[in-house]
Design a protein around this ligand. Structure first.
Ligand SMILES: Cc1cc2nc3c(=O)[nH]c(=O)nc-3n(C[C@H](O)[C@H](O)[C@H](O)COP(=O)(O)OP(=O)(O)OC[C@H]3O[C@@H](n4cnc5c(N)ncnc54)[C@H](O)[C@@H]3O)c2cc1C
Length: 495
């Protein structure tokens, strides 16, 4: 599912400079117990497209964003209706098949696909309807942010989505959802007002503040543990159509002073502005002076959602404080902002990541960053750092199941991305070493569960904390007692 070609595609040349090599093979595994005949009966009951390994389109349908994942489900149910999702879930239960639910397919661990089980592919459930008067949008469980943004922006409205538009609304929202608007309007899950869910027993339930409120609470941060969300309903806000972007770059040898400067700048930045700090190699974009093409360094991105004058006043202290190597300041359509980074993370890239929360970006933590950043191997490997605060921090922790620290000032992500296996393997080790060195400066072992590339029960428990985890485990026991939905940051059902 390639990202759309857009006018503000900063990374286009950059990513096309690499030929993406073949995908690593995983060993074949034995198929689960349903036979070919039984899958024939699924085709009859399902009333839509069911792909078996010999079928045309099977390989495309099982592919995921992370090109390192190569899993072969026994069958892929390509759902377009709630009834088909319910049939697929019931069939999997009947034949004891492992279930993988694929929303946008961007989970680093590849939870959207499985070996030998039933992949429930929601990518065809991507209809968006907008009620501008009520400021609400409904979208199917397999919608991407590009699709949702395009529909809401027709009315000058938006909700909080991720910073790369080919990511799925499903996984991103269910695990939390950090975006440019988070300091202004909270997480994607904070803006969820309702969901239609097929649970493990094949029932269809609606969850909102008034209906099945326990399920509604759990869906806002508890991930895909509680059922297949066939439809999401979001609150919308007046945003755009134009917003203001400022990008400021410092070279890698300036890491210590640049990080300290960005930390202090972000601390004083009014909440209604989007901000991200990214360690990367500069793209060969038109606004980057030629001598800095591919140069490693740091970008501070500041997005203003108000007037150009307001944005100009906000970014001036950057120039006055630590003159950047180069900068790029422009008005930009909100939809283009949402797609601006798409090609920095193209579909099929090989990827691995680890992330942690930092209550403070201390000088000691910055020293670790300065030591590790120059050691990465792949030019596509990034360290996106999300400064939080504002509306994100104001939502009471118990209001949602979100498994992160609302008080942390930074989500620090160390993200390896490479066009071939050797480069990825080198940077996977780099990510792990960098993470281990940064951990003593972090807010414990907790992480943002959507940035968890390896299933890790201890880190899932640490991220939710014991009380929230126990509450989630009780809700899991009610809606999915046998843990049918376990390919996720898994909550084990309470006894
Ligand atoms: C390039 C890239 C950029 C990213 N940027 C951001 C960002 O800006 N902000 C942020 O917060 N996160 C970001 N993430 C992390 C992202 O939130 C997770 O990878 C998320 O899991 C992606 O959701 P998906 O639907 O695309 O993935 P999938 O792999 O399809 O699903 C992820 C998990 O959610 C479950 N799931 C998905 N849809 C449904 C559904 N409708 N019902 C029930 N379960 C479902 C799946 O079973 C799986 O367990 C990014 C990830 C990538 C790869």
């Amino acid at each position: 599912m390639p990202g759309r070609r857009v006018r503000f595609s900063l990374f286009k040349l950059w990513s096309s400079a690499y030929a993406f090599a073949g995908i690593a093979g995983f060993p074949e595994v034995e198929m689960a117990i349903a036979s070919g005949e039984q899958f024939g009966s699924l085709k009859d009951r399902f009333g839509g497209e069911v792909l078996l390994p010999a079928d045309t389109g099977y390989d495309d349908a099982r592919s995921l964003w992370n090109g390192e994942i190569d899993r072969r489900p026994a069958a892929i149910a390509r759902c377009t209706t709630i009834e088909q999702v319910a049939t697929a879930v019931s069939f999997a239960q009947e034949y004891n098949l492992e279930i993988a639910v694929r929303g946008g397919g961007h989970n680093y661990a590849g939870h959207g696909c499985c070996d030998g089980g039933l992949m429930i592919d929601l990518s065809g459930m991507n209809t968006v309807t907008v009620d501008p008067a009520a400021r609400r949008a409904r979208c199917g469980g397999g919608t991407t942010w590009a699709e949702l943004d395009a529909a809401t922006q027709e009315h000058g409205l938006a909700t909080i989505g991720g910073v790369i538009s080919h990511t799925g609304v499903g996984g991103l929202t269910l695990g939390g959802g950090i975006g440019w608007l988070s300091r202004e309007l909270g997480l994607a899950c904070d803006n969820l007002v309702g969901a239609t869910v097929v649970t493990a027993d094949g029932q269809t339930l609606h969850a909102s503040a008034d209906e099945n409120p326990d399920l509604f609470w759990a869906l806002r941060g508890g991930g895909g543990n509680f059922g297949v969300v066939c439809e999401f309903e979001f609150a919308l806000h007046e945003i755009g159509p134009m917003v203001n972007l400022g990008l400021f770059f410092w070279t890698i040898d300036q890491t210590v002073e640049a990080m300290r400067f960005m930390r202090d700048f972000v601390d004083r930045l009014p909440a209604g502005n989007g901000v991200q700090i990214v360690g990367l190699n500069a793209p060969p974009a038109p606004f980057v002076p030629e001598q800095y093409h591919f140069a490693p360094g740091w970008v501070l991105a500041v997005v203003g959602f108000r007037s150009p004058e307001d944005h100009a006043a906000i970014i001036q202290p950057i120039r006055d404080g630590l003159a950047p190597t180069f900068e790029f300041v422009t008005p930009i359509p909100y939809t283009a902002l949402q797609q601006m980074l798409d090609e920095s993370a193209p579909w099929g890239i090989l990827a691995y990541e680890k992330a942690l929360y930092l209550d403070e970006l201390s000088d000691a933590a910055i020293a670790v960053v300065a030591e590790y950043m120059p050691k990465k191997s792949s030019p596509m490997t990034l360290t996106p750092v999300f400064p939080m605060g504002g509306a994100y921090a104001e939502v009471p922790d118990d209001d949602t199941a979100f498994g992160g620290r609302r008080s942390a000032k930074f989500v620090f992500n160390i993200s390896a991305a490479a066009p071939d296996q050797d480069l990825l393997d080198a940077d996977r080790e780099w990510v792990r070493a960098f993470y281990d060195a940064l951990l003593p400066h972090a807010s414990g072992n907790a992480t943002y569960v959507n940035f968890l590339a390896e299933p890790d029960d201890d880190r899932v428990r640490a991220s939710y904390g014991p009380e929230k985890y126990d509450r989630l485990a009780r809700i899991k026991a009610k809606y999915d007692p046998h843990n049918a939905f376990h390919l996720n940051a898994n909550i084990k059902p309470a006894d």
